[in-house]
Each structure stands twice: as C-alpha cells, then as structure tokens.
Design a protein around this ligand. Structure first.
Ligand SMILES: Nc1ncnc2c1ncn2[C@@H]1O[C@H](COP(=O)(O)OP(=O)(O)OP(=O)(O)O)[C@@H](O)[C@H]1O
Length: 609
C-alpha cells in the first residue's frame, strides 16, 4: 500500500543517515502511530508531515529516500548537522507547504527552480552555508508567507520578488548587494542587515522587525566547538552572578513589602459582607456606567445588596465575585490608588470598554466616585490560566493538554494584539499574566484587566506574583509599554510550556526566576527538560514545543526594541500548527495523528486572521 511505501522510504532514510539520538521507528509498528516526528493524513493512508528537529543527523541527505514521500506537506529537519548540497530530488515533493532546513551545514546553491513547489508557504533555510544567488523562481510561490534565508553566504542582487502573501522576510547576514527591490521595501531594515551596505540605502520605518532567535535550541551534547564552550562558560558564570544579585534584591523587596502592608497572604474567601465591597458614601450623582451591548439590568443598589466573595487581591485592587439577587454573577474589581481625575478615568474606561473582541474580556461597567472606583466584568467560572496550571489537582482540574495550551496562546496573543491597535495604536495592556487570562466560550485564551497601568498612581511595588512578568526595563522606568506587554506575554508562554510559575521556590527554598532558568537550561542544551512533564505524554509535538519555546524566547529578550510586535507574535504562534490553515473542509485543527490527540474545534480563519 501507499503508506507502506512511505514507511519503507522513512526506514531507508533513517538507515542511511547517521544520527545521534535514536528514533522509535520500529519496522513492526504502524508508521502512523507513535513514530517520532511522523504524522499521517486522517485515514492513515499517507505520511504528510515529517518533523525531526535536533535528532543529531549528520551527513548529506540520502537520495531517493525522502523524495519518495510524495504526499508530504511539512518537512522539518532543522537543528541537525546535515551537510552537502540541497537534495534536488525533493523537487518531487509537489505537495510541500513547509520546508524547514535551518541550523544545518548545507552548502552550495539553492535549488534553481522553486516553481515545482506550488503550495510552498514557509521556507526557512537560515543558518546554513548556502551560497550562490537567490533564485528568481521564488517569485512563482504565490502562497509564500515566510522566507528566511538569513545567515548564509548568498551573493548577488535580490530578485524582485513580488509575493503578495509574504509576511515575514529575513535575508540578513549574507553577502547580498545591489538595492532592495521595490517589492520588498515594505520590510524592515533588519531583514537586510549584515549584507553589503548598498542594500540599506533605502529608508523604511513602517513595519517592525521580527527578532528570530539566533541560536539553535536543540543541539546534541557532544558537538559544540571548544572556543564556543569557553565563551558559554563565561556567559553562564556571569548569568549566575546576575541571578544571585537579582534573587537577593527580590528577597529584600519581598520582605519589605510584607512588613510594610502586612499582606496576609491568601484572603479568606466567602465571608465578605456586601457593604464592604462598596462603601455607602458615594455621592448620588455617581452611577454605574454600563457599556453598549451590555444586557445587565442592575444598578449600584443591587450590587450593594449582592452577596460577595473575595476572589483575590491583585496589583490594582481586590476582585470580588458578586451574586446578585437574580442570580447574575459578576466580578467587581475595586481599584485602589487611582492616580487620575474623574474625566481621565472615564476616558480610559471608554477606551477599554469599547473593545469588542472575542479574545478580550469585555468591561461591562464602571463606577467612579471620590471614595470608590469599580470595574464590572462577567464571571469566568472555569477560572484563570494561573488556576488551571498551578491550582490543586483534582476532579475539577484535568491536566491542560497541548491543544488547549495552543488555543490559549493564540487567543491571548490576538487579544493583546487587538488591545495594541486601540487608541491610535497606543493602548497598553500593562498587566499580562496568567491570572488575567481566561478561556472564552470557544476555549480560546482571552485577556482581562487591561489598560489600568495608566490610571493607577504608580506601578505597585513588585510583589512576587507580578514581578516575574515584568520586563527588565519596567523595573527602572516603572512604566508599562507595548513591548513590555510582549515580554510579559513571553513569560506567560514559558509558563504554559514549563508548567512553572514565573517566580517560584524550589524544595530547597531557592528562588527561581523562570526566564533565567529557561535560558540556563537551553544554554546547557537540555532543552527537553524545560517542558512540562504533563506535555510529554502527547506524541509528535516536540517540534511545536520547540517552536513555541523560540517564540517565547524572542518575546523575553532584554532589549525592548528587539522584541517582536504582538501582531507578529500572534502570527508566529498560529504558524506553529500550520496544518490548521489548510483543511478548509473540516474546519478543524489537525494533529495529523488524530487517534492520539483529539482534534479541537478551530476553524482555519481562527488561526489565520
Ligand atoms: N472575570 C473573572 N472571572 C473569574 N475570576 C476572575 C475574574 N477576574 C479576576 N478573577 C480572579 O480573581 C483573582 C483576583 O483577580 P485580580 O485581577 O484582582 O488579581 P490578580 O489577577 O491576581 O492580579 P492583578 O490585579 O495584578 O491582575 C484572580 O485569581 C483572578 O484570576
């Protein structure tokens, strides 16, 4: 059968190309079940995706092996040590949509004729030794949305690539010369950096750079060069010193905070009288202001009579769950230390309340008086992402599977990206963290608690929960920005991937800063150990995990202007599961191995918009 032919092609490939890590490709087991890196179409009749990052392949790709997988749509061999020239027989893979060969040792020219791959959507050949010029046949790839040829030795002029769907371009660090053709001038300068100076003689500032992680994350242990090792040693030593210093500072801050306000830890739940939620001293002119489209029919008096329960005390105030007499449940957030007057507060609430987006939790109403500032939201009974990840295990808390985490990441990224275009592109979320992320009715992430940083008198001192999300520059400037939102989002992604809190203590009472910890593990090349153990039970997701890790790492880079924009992050995350774009008919997010990982209801437009 066809799938047996595919299986034989894979076995031939594995046999002929030496690799450091062993693959569980057992001749006697069905290829569509459990074979590392292999996914099949729905009826199991063909292999359609092969992702083998960081397996330690070395040597050239053996001819007449992979080229027999004629139904293949995704091929990723990135982060290996493959050398030799581009395997031209891959031209037989007419269905290829994604071809990822980055971080290998390929040399020689790129294939001359790209037109054989009509469906090609993503190309990443970066970080190899490809030379020669960029073939103009790339122009024929009408679907192409990302092209990364960075860090090679490509020469000559850039052809006029008129690609309507191209969203991400990176040609940096080659030997390209001439001028940037008109068709590509909409891309940021960073896409062309590190080439002959003539390339940069055009000025564009419009679209932002995407900072792609520079180093391969998955690497085999025995292969680094000595000089690099020495350098790494120094870097690690410096990081450890930095970490110690940071931990000490943090400890001092924590202790001070505890003494200053006697923060009692967890507030007791369920015993708050309604009167305590809202004091009765408001002046009569102040009313609850509801936003358009809100069906709630209660007023302040009703809220006063509601029974209330403390949900928690956060950076900006205390949140209560209020149950009204008609059983409506809402969350009332009581703000402390608002630093602006009524008009400015109302203006900001107007901006926040006008956002109607499925990935942004709607502000239903607000209230402003001299003594009391309140915000009203719907109650999300499933609880926050923080609770789902770190709450106590029990019947109510099944493990969070990878599909759900992907949907949370995609949704939250889109929500924040939506926030960022508001107010003339200036609105800042200012408080991105897992306790402010919930699941919407379609089980996608949605964000809450936005836009408050500008109305509060100052950013609160870094209490432990918030500190782990805060971008390094915010520690000094005390001012949240869109790029600090991206940083916080990156921390949240790391939390999703590792299952660990941004700042947590080990059993030995050591304070661990998640971003630094991930950096250190990745540097020491134990990438697999970064991931949440709960995720390792799902087969064939390693490549996706590593991709998501790279996105997270790009978000948490130290320099704010090197972080990607939120809209780009959202696109990159949607690209982690590219098959989700394609199966228009079923409208579902495909895993390729549906017997193992149940598909979830995600329509294509969900992931592509
Ligand atoms: N709309 C909501 N539905 C259900 N739970 C909510 C809702 N809004 C907030 N919560 C939960 O209530 C608790 C307190 O929320 P609050 O926003 O006051 O603090 P926080 O998220 O811990 O910190 P911050 O104030 O910095 O956002 C959190 O556990 C949060 O997840």
């Amino acid at each position: 059968t066809l799938v047996d032919n595919d299986k034989q092609a894979l076995l031939d490939f594995e046999k002929k190309l030496p690799h450091l890590r062993s693959l569980n490709w057992d001749e006697d087991s069905p290829v569509c079940k459990n074979w590392t890196g292999v996914s099949c179409n729905e009826d199991g009749s063909r292999v359609i995706s092969l992702r083998l990052p960081g397996v330690g392949f070395h040597g050239p790709i053996p001819t007449n092996t992979l080229s027999r997988l004629s139904a293949l749509q995704i091929l990723s061999l990135r982060s290996n040590f493959i050398n030799g020239t581009f395997p031209l027989d891959l031209g037989k893979l007419r269905n290829l949509s994604y071809l990822y060969l980055q971080f290998n040792n390929f040399t020689g020219p790129l294939p001359r004729d790209f037109s054989v791959w009509k469906n090609l959507t993503g190309i990443n050949f970066s970080n190899n030794g490809f030379n020669g010029s960029i073939p103009s046949s790339i122009s024929s790839l009408r679907q192409l949305s990302s092209l990364n040829l960075a860090n090679n030795s490509l020469l000559g002029e850039i052809p006029d690539l008129n690609l309507p769907n191209l969203q991400l371009l990176n040609l940096s660090n080659n030997n390209l010369s001439g001028a940037v053709p008109k068709s590509l001038q909409k891309f940021p300068k960073s896409a062309f950096l590190g080439n002959n100076a003539s390339l940069l003689e055009y000025s564009v500032t419009s679209s932002p750079a995407v900072s792609l992680p520079k180093e391969p994350i998955l690497k085999s242990k025995n292969t680094g060069k000595l000089s690099e090792r020495a350098l790494l040693g120094i870097i690690i030593a410096v990081s450890v010193l930095g970490l110690l210093g940071f931990a000490f500072l943090l400890l001092v801050c924590l202790l001070r905070r505890k003494i200053e306000d006697g923060f009692p830890g967890k507030l007791e739940k369920g015993n708050m009288s309604p009167e305590k939620v809202i004091s009765r001293s408001q002046d009569a002119n102040n009313k609850l202001v509801f936003f358009e489209g809100c069906n709630y029919a209660f007023d302040l008096e009703d809220l006063l009579r509601a029974s209330a329960e403390v949900l928690g005390k956060g950076t900006f105030g205390t949140a209560y769950k209020a149950i009204l007499e008609d059983a409506t449940m809402v969350v009332v957030k009581r703000l402390k230390e608002v630093g602006v007057g009524k008009r400015e507060f109302e203006q900001q609430m107007g901006v926040v309340g006008s956002i109607k987006h499925e990935n942004v939790i709607e502000l239903r109403a607000y209230y402003y008086s001299k003594d009391e500032k309140l915000m009203v939201y719907d109650y999300y009974s499933q609880g926050s992402l923080a609770a789902m990840l770190h709450g106590k295990r029990g019947e109510n808390r099944p493990p969070l599977d990878w599909e759900t985490r992907l949907r949370i990441a995609v949704g939250a990224a889109r929500g924040i990206a939506r926030v960022h275009i508001e107010n003339g592109g200036k609105l800042v979320h200012g408080n991105v963290k897992s306790s402010n992320i919930f699941l919407n009715s379609r089980q996608y992430g949605c964000v809450s608690d936005l836009g408050l940083s500008t109305v509060m008198s100052s950013l609160a001192p870094p209490i432990a929960r918030a500190a782990g999300y805060r971008a390094p520059e915010v520690m000094d400037t005390r001012k949240a920005t869109q790029s600090s939102d991206v940083y916080s989002f990156g921390v949240m992604l790391l939390e999703l991937l590792t299952g660990k809190s941004p700042i947590h203590t080990t059993s030995g009472d050591e304070i661990v800063h998640l971003v630094r910890w991930v950096h250190s593990v990745v540097r020491e090349e134990w990438t697999a150990e970064v991931f949440d153990l709960e995720l390792l039970r799902y087969p064939n997701i390693e490549e996706e995990l590593v991709e998501m890790l790279q996105i997270a790492m790009a978000c948490v880079v130290r320099m704010p202007d090197q972080r990607p924009k939120m809209s780009e992050v959202a696109k990159m995350i949607a690209n982690v599961r590219p098959t989700a774009f394609r199966n228009r008919s079923s409208g579902e997010l495909k895993t390729g191995n549906s017997s193992q990982t149940p598909p979830v209801g995600v329509s294509e437009t969900d992931l592509s918009s």
